[in-house]
Design a protein around this ligand. Structure first.
Ligand code: FES
Length: 144
């Protein structure tokens, strides 16, 4: 299985790693099939994600996609962050092998879950803004 240089770079040197104290929103998602877990923290100021960090207990592709996802939403508005798809994360990483596509879905879900938590803390029903968080897609972990 071949990984792009960008995937290897974000796996070896992940950006924005770690827990965040006093986060405004925290989202945790997991893929029940492979057992990988991704936790995303956001700091929000005036609808802009001013800071973001993550902790991923998972495969290399999950780490690389979380790292890239944080880079893609940092400094952007919540509205822009909610438009981030797993496809956009994969494209930014110059692609992922087909069996690893589900790892990028976790990144999209984690951002949405963190934004949902942000709205919940403000007493706003996140479903109205965030919509449904996509379900985990089939994990091909065993076939790798
Ligand atoms: Fe990468 Fe499932 S998240 S193997």
């Amino acid at each position: 299985m071949a990984y792009s240089e960008k995937v290897m770079d974000h796996f070896a040197n992940p950006r924005n790693v770690g827990e965040m104290e006093n986060a405004d929103g925290v989202g945790e998602v997991g893929n029940p099939k492979c057992g990988d877990i991704m936790k995303m923290y956001i700091k929000v100021d005036d609808d802009v994600i001013t800071d973001v960090s993550f902790k991923t207990f998972g495969c290399g592709a999950a780490i690389a996609t979380s790292s890239m996802a944080t880079e893609l939403v940092k400094g952007h508005t919540i509205e822009e962050a909610l438009q981030l798809t797993n496809k956009a994360v994969m494209e930014a990483l110059d692609g992922l092998p087909p069996v690893k596509v589900h790892c990028s879905v976790l990144a999209e879900q984690a951002i949405k879950a963190a934004v949902s938590d942000y709205y919940e803390r403000k007493g706003i029903d996140p479903k109205d803004v965030v919509g449904e968080i996509p379900e985990p897609i089939e994990c091909h972990f065993e076939e790798n």
